[in-house]
Design a protein around this ligand. Structure first.
Ligand code: DSN
Length: 437
């Protein structure tokens, strides 16, 4: 007996199959929509990117690379992977792109495996000064498998001291110099870093995860001409799905590919690669540059507003999409942990962050890190940044004041209502399914 009815397995939606997960998704849509998202490493992808990430490509195994797969049926996987590769190369002017890394950490791992032998020396930026776990932290593979030397920022300027970096490179003689940062508000001089590396016979990996969108649009100098390897995540300023990307010169292409697969990964996430292709297509459009310029403008206004309200901005300002704010101010203010909690209570999402030469432990921290990519995607501009800066300052100055909290909650509700997101993404049929569990 044949039936024309569609198997329910393929047609019943999430809200009916799994109300608990569906409600959590709805709650997250509301949390993102009703709050002010200022985590510097987050962004909101377009509906098109979301749709690509949620496609049937999630069903497909495609170990290998386009036209050289270990599975049949990869012809359409090849189409999206080739689109992602070609667009990534076009955006950044790179000779080779590998779009398969599941994350920035795996992209970095593949580069370290390509550039180094076990036990070789790397030189990376200290995590507490703005670096990243994968740049040599003792608990990370990078610190476990390799000898680590590190550099930081100058105590007075709170910016990278390139003369000092040159000295440290001469002393430590790294095989790989790692640059790029996750909490550094200033322009990074990739050309100078390339010169330093060459002077000691090192290769360079630039992890441009935070600033990739600025680099894509020429609003931050590109590391590509100066560094053998460039890695990035795809979900920060680049505004794609959560994932990683490696760019390199052709001479390293085969080694990089081999070290991504089969080196550190098995099957690529083709649905995410499809979403990367869509996001890279968006990044090639003219309006991506005006978006990135607005990200920078917004960060400057936010920094100025907070500074005018008496808070100390690390390094005195920002050149990019993020700022670090010293909220502790040698005991005159509150810790980063307390600030993160107090702001979270009024629906402003930030993360606590160490500041250079911090006296607090990383889990407490003296600072908070703020970034403007997500709110800029919603369409917010300078006027909203001034209002948001004033709200943040009022909470930091008076974290216990119920009056200040009520006023800020009201302000957040008014601003967010003006910049709606993701129409049609709320699936709940019942109001009670929205309650927290
Ligand atoms: N965890 C990311 C960030 O927030 O900057 C870096 O990987």
């Amino acid at each position: 007996m044949q039936s024309n009815s569609i198997n329910k397995f393929f047609s019943v939606g999430l809200e009916d199959v799994d109300p608990a997960v569906s409600a959590a998704v709805d709650n997250e849509v509301r949390r993102q929509t009703d709050g002010l998202e200022l985590i510097a490493s987050e962004n909101f992808v377009s509906e098109a990117v979301l749709q690509a990430a949620g496609t049937v490509f999630t069903n497909k195994y495609a170990e290998g690379y386009p036209a050289k797969r270990y599975y049949g049926g990869c012809e359409f996987a090849d189409v999206v992977e080739n689109l992602a590769i070609d667009r990534a190369k076009a955006i950044f002017g790179a000779e080779h792109a590998n779009v398969q890394p599941h994350s920035g950490a795996q992209a970095n791992m593949a580069v370290l495996m390509t550039a180094l032998d076990h036990g070789d020396t790397i030189l990376g930026m200290r995590l507490s000064h703005g670096g990243h776990l994968t740049h040599g932290h003792p608990l990370n593979f990078s610190g476990i498998n390799y000898k680590v030397a590190d550099y930081g920022v100058n105590k007075d300027t709170e910016q990278i001291d390139y003369d000092e970096l040159q000295k440290i490179a001469e002393e430590s003689r790294p095989k790989l110099l790692i640059c790029g940062a996750s909490a550094y508000p200033r322009t990074i001089d990739f050309a100078r870093i390339g010169e330093i590396a060459r002077s000691v016979g090192a290769k360079v990996m630039a992890d441009m995860a935070h600033i990739a969108g600025l680099v894509a649009t020429g609003l931050h100098p590109s590391p590509v001409p100066h560094c053998e390897f460039v890695t990035t995540t795809t979900h920060k300023t680049l505004r794609g799905p959560r994932g990683g990307l490696i760019l390199c010169r052709e001479e390293f292409a085969a080694d990089i590919n081999r070290n991504v697969f089969p080196g550190v990964q098995g099957g690529p996430l083709i649905h995410i690669i499809a979403a990367k292709a869509v996001a890279f297509g968006e990044a090639l459009r003219d309006d991506f540059k005006s978006y990135q310029q607005q990200v920078i403008n917004n960060a400057k206004v936010l920094a100025d507003t907070l500074s005018d309200a008496g808070l100390r901005i690390i390094s005195g300002g920002t050149d990019n999409h993020l700022l670090l704010v010293d909220v502790f101010m040698d005991g005159k203010g509150i810790t980063g942990k307390a600030a993160e909690k107090a702001l979270g209570d009024v629906h402003i999402t930030v993360n606590k962050n160490t500041i250079p030469f911090d006296t607090q432990k990383p889990f407490v921290a003296s600072g908070i890190r703020l970034g403007t990519p997500a709110l800029t995607t919603r369409g917010m501009k300078e006027a909203e940044m001034s209002a948001i800066g004033a709200m943040i300052a009022s909470i930091i100055h008076e974290p216990e004041s119920e009056e200040a909290k009520a006023k800020v909650k009201q302000g957040v509700a008014e601003i967010t209502a003006k910049f709606p997101m993701y129409p049609g993404r709320l699936k709940a049929k019942r109001e009670e399914s929205i309650s927290a569990t």
